[in-house]
Design a binder for this molecule. Structure first.
Ligand code: ZN
Length: 321
């Protein structure tokens, strides 16, 4: 996508910074989950959403100003040797502003699913009307970003935050503040951006259909994935059909997750429980390698590389048939 200065390629620019909004908290405050009102206060919710997007935006602009005022010599490698496009023309004491303006400033969000439960008692995978309302919220966020981009003449965009850290951090704060509300704050993580919760059972095609329209709204980036069981590698035709369906629906970044375990004793690959079905090695003696995808990263030992919240999310994942 072209940036607002006409640059139409991906390299030589980057995402400068992003701030992420906690939609769950807004949902709880303006919803019905605490029994404080009979109907959700949607006008109050939207007003608060705009207010907090304003706070997020001011933070981004403040940081941008500090970054843009740096002289090119503060980082010769990044700013003068071709990592950022146009840097070769800068003198050591020139501001880097004209390079950085091609980067993006993004406002992200987490927990649309829990937010909808707090507002309407159901998430956007469970009900068509709730889905329409969820779409409206994210469309409003995109509109805010577009207006800000025009006002400040910068690439201000909407981001489906992967939230490796916030998934657990916001949830902990939410539980302290509001207690464990079923389906909202009672898990160890909030659901990634606009995703249908990983524990909700639905067909792969349905998950793709529901999530695809949000990709078009999130112009700073988004990912969707479906979970398949370990037999996916034996059914390449089904695998291809799912990928092609996702591409046809305009999913920007799509991934199919299927677990791969490997026994280091005999090299067996497949789904391994506590014991290798091939050589009988036990997990307690030989730690099995277990490859999983967590927010875009493939990891062989997600239990040490990711926080407890993301580990809990991996445990809760159901397969999409
Ligand atoms: Zn083995």
């Amino acid at each position: 996508m072209a940036d607002r200065f006409g640059r139409n390629h991906q390299s030589g620019k980057g995402n400068l910074s992003f701030n992420t909004l906690n939609l769950v908290r807004l949902g709880i405050e303006y919803g019905t989950a605490l029994g404080q009102r009979a109907e959700p206060d949607i006008d109050g919710f939207i007003a608060a959403l705009d207010r907090y997007m304003g706070v997020a935006l001011r933070g981004l602009l403040h940081r941008y100003e500090i970054q843009a005022r740096q002289p090119a010599k503060a980082s010769d490698f990044m700013m003068r040797e071709g990592v950022w496009e146009g840097g070769e023309e800068l003198s050591p004491d020139d501001e880097v502003r004209d390079l950085l303006k091609h980067g993006t400033l993004s406002i992200g969000f987490i927990g649309l699913a829990e937010c909808m439960r707090a507002l309407y008692g159901r998430h956007h995978g469970e009900n068509a009307e709730v889905y329409a309302a969820a779409y409206e919220i994210i469309a409003r966020m995109r509109e805010f970003c577009d207006e800000a981009a025009d006002e400040y003449d910068l690439n201000i965009s909407l981001f489906a935050t992967p939230a490796e850290g916030l998934a657990g951090k916001f949830t902990k704060v939410g539980r302290l503040q509001f207690g464990a509300i079923p389906g909202i704050t009672d898990r160890e993580y909030y659901t990634n951006s606009f995703h249908i919760p990983v524990y909700y059972r639905l067909p792969a095609a349905k998950k793709i259909e529901l999530e695809a329209p949000f990709h078009a709204l999130c112009n700073a980036g988004a990912i969707s994935y479906v979970e398949l069981d370990g037999n996916a590698r034996n059914n390449s035709a089904a695998f291809m059909r799912i990928v092609q369906f996702a591409l046809a629906k305009d999913i920007g970044y799509f991934s199919v997750n299927h677990p791969i375990d490997r026994c280091p004793a005999c090299g067996y690959e497949g789904i391994i429980g506590d014991e290798c079905p091939s050589c009988g090695a036990e997990e307690s003696e030989v730690p099995m390698s277990r490859i999983r995808r967590v927010t875009g990263y493939l990891t062989g030992d997600y239990k040490t590389r990711f926080n407890l919240a993301k580990q809990a999310e991996v445990r809760d994942r159901v397969k999409h048939a």
